[in-house]
Design a protein around this ligand. Structure first.
Ligand code: LLP
Length: 440
């Protein structure tokens, strides 16, 4: 048994070869780092497709023709991903004109897109309608009126869903919990605002109400959360049917399934979870005597997170005796702001030193002028770690590229896709020249 047999690589697409090199989607990560340079985002295309298929199959097996899988594209928004979603038959959730434009450039059929956000601008609304957005997921009353007005201007009748706040605490970190009554998102059932929204929506002439949406939070491990959300939403639907005689065509239960960032994180069997949701919904619909709506889920993280990995080159290694060791890399909060924002956990490896014992505790930090520019604390690295070594940070496919910045005028890394033993660039590396592109 070799030393690497004991390492938990989190996801089946990560492994080690006999030389102690880290492999991703079967490819040598250090060799990729040398070929494409660092920092570098890698994405495993096969894994993304496999995840889409799990959701599509799960929803089909749970709901037959009444199941629909959408990708929450805020998790990773670039042209190639929308092409993959189109090819896999996924719908998408978008939150800005920028995401819509990117999807359009990939030839994504906008009729399968749902436009979220708690504050769509008038320009967003006009742009989305002009390009044939399938649905708006309307957050609040001002937005209802604004969409109705713009639909009238453009001479169409616009389909919408209403974002409802079910009043559920998903037990995840506060920044990504969205289902509680005091959330900035949606209209709460508890306050009567949700009902008020239905009333207005049904009265407006240029709008067709297709159904309801909720999303309770992100990085959720407790499978019960989706059942509780479905429970509250179906009760709401029954109540609305009684009060207004309105039966929604659609119910979207949002995204949120958690992924493994660390060895101690549990595995979630998504297919199994969807079947549980299916059984629960069918039973409850029958009990309430309401029509079965089309059910959709809109995962982001669980589609792309472990399909991603970031590679860095080590620069300075600073050992402060009796205090702390710092291993600095050539990226940082500009390509991964999640530790700085949420204290998010990550697992890192020295990509060519997996055969060495990792017994030096350190903080892996970035190159920005900011003490909070930390990728991860309490990381175990081999004592020999030094300038020029390649470090890999796992599970970076969700919300890393999409939240990247140019702080300190640092160019953003490229995205290189891996598929069937080959690699190709999906997003090219920014150059320092690109960084003055908008300066006049
Ligand atoms: N649907 C809606 C309406 C959402 O707001 C979100 C995520 C999703 C679906 C997808 O959730 P997921 O399956 O990815 O958990 N920047 C944070 C995550 C923010 C999540 C925002 N909404 C992070 O880096 O963890």
């Amino acid at each position: 048994m070799s030393h690497t047999d004991n390492i938990d690589f989190l996801c089946g697409n990560v492994s080690a070869d006999e030389n102690g090199h880290l492999l991703f989607a079967g490819q040598d990560t250090a060799a990729l780092a040398r070929e494409y340079g660092t920092p570098l985002y890698l994405m495993d295309e096969e894994r993304i497709r496999e995840r889409c298929r799990t959701y599509i199959k799960g929803l089909k097996d749970a709901f037959g023709d009444k199941g629909q899988a959408l990708f929450a594209s805020k998790a990773a928004s670039f042209k190639r991903i929308y092409e993959i979603m189109r090819e896999e038959g996924m719908g998408i959730d978008v939150v800005s004109s920028g995401e819509i434009c990117t999807a359009l450039k990939a030839g994504f059929p906008l009729s399968k897109a749902y436009f979220h956000s708690n504050n769509k601008t008038d320009a967003d609304i006009a742009y989305a309608i002009k390009n044939g957005i399938g649905h708006f997921v309307v957050d609040n009353r001002e937005e209802l009126y604004a969409i109705d007005k713009e639909a009238e201007n453009q001479g169409i009748r616009q389909r919408i869903m209403l974002r409802i706040t079910p009043g559920i605490d998903p037990h995840t970190f506060a920044e990504v919990a969205t289902g509680k009554v005091d959330s900035k998102f949606g209209s709460a059932i508890e306050t009567g605002q949700a009902e008020e929204m239905v009333k207005i929506a049904l009265s407006l002439e240029n709008i067709t109400l297709s159904g309801f949406h909720c999303h309770v939070g992100s990085q959720v491990f407790d499978s019960d959360v989706f059942l509780r959300a479905a429970d509250v939403m179906l009760d709401f639907i029954a109540d609305i049917k009684e009060k207004f005689g309105f039966s929604p065509e659609k119910l979207d239960l949002g995204g949120g399934y958690g992924v493994r960032y660390k060895a101690e994180d549990p595995h979630i069997d998504i297919y199994d979870n969807i079947l549980q949701v299916g059984a629960f919904v069918k039973e409850k619909v029958a009990k309430l005597g309401i029509d079965m709506p089309e059910i959709s889920l809109e995962p982001g993280r669980s589609i792309v997170a472990d399909a991603g990995m970031t590679l860095y080159t080590v620069g300075t290694v600073k050992k402060i005796p009796e205090f702390i060791n710092y291993v600095s890399v050539d990226g940082g909060m500009t390509d991964n702001v999640r530790f700085a924002m949420y204290g998010a956990p990550y697992t890192l490896f020295a990509a060519e030193k997996l055969n060495e014992k990792a017994d030096m505790e350190c903080s892996v930090v970035g190159r920005c002028c900011e003490s909070g520019d930390i990728i991860q604390e309490n990381v175990m690295m081999p004592e020999s770690i030094c300038r020029g070594d390649i470090l890999a940070c796992l599970t970076t496919g969700a919300y890393n590229y999409s939240m990247a910045s140019n702080y300190n005028k640092i160019p953003r890394p490229p995205i290189v896709m891996l598929n069937e033993g080959k690699s190709y660039v999906a997003v090219r590396r920014e150059t320092i020249e690109d960084l003055t592109m908008y300066d006049v």
